[in-house]
Design a protein. Sequence first.
Length: 225
Amino acid sequence: MLILLVEDDAAVAASSIDGLRSLGFVTVHVTTGAAALASVTSTSPPDVVLLDLGLPDMDGQEVCRRIRAASEVPVIIVSARGDEADRVIALELGADDYLVKPFGMRELAARIRAVLRRTQTPAPQPQASAIQEVGRLRIDRRAQRVHLGDEEIALTAKEFDVLAFLADDPGAVRRRTEILEHVWEGHWYGATKTIDAHVAAIRKKLGDPAWVEAVRGVGFRLGSP
Ligand code: CA
């Protein structure tokens, strides 16, 4: 398990490397965005990237965007900037998680394991014949049809995919990045407003916004009005 630590602060880097080593992780340390990009695109890329946002040569968000454009490697942003706007931007740039400094080694290890679990587990595939009922909502994945009570709801293919993805685990929050990756299969850079447009259309067609609940700064979940 190879961790790429992108951190220009020598003291933070030293304590992180020690902590990661004691937890059984092998760490490669670089101090610039350019070196991080070189490592990710090298012949021995890391399994996880820990990315500081304040780097000497390049904004960390730009580094994150470029890593994501070049690789599927999980990225955990590690930053002193913990406000919601920074977190949302980072997640929308394709980061898998966001950790605010200062943090404990156990928390870091838990986040690393969690992103590895998520990224190494294939997305749940809908069963060919599954008809699912959530309250009055009935989703037929095989026929790609949705009924609300007796009434059929005409959704576009992408609207159906968004709804079906949320319904895979009713009540669970799906992050915007997860929805984009699942429904748009990663071809979505700069198009996160697309989710809002699709959610708005689904809510309107289902006649109640409570069917798709927004979780501020995170994503959406299937509700049950
Ligand atoms: Ca820094």
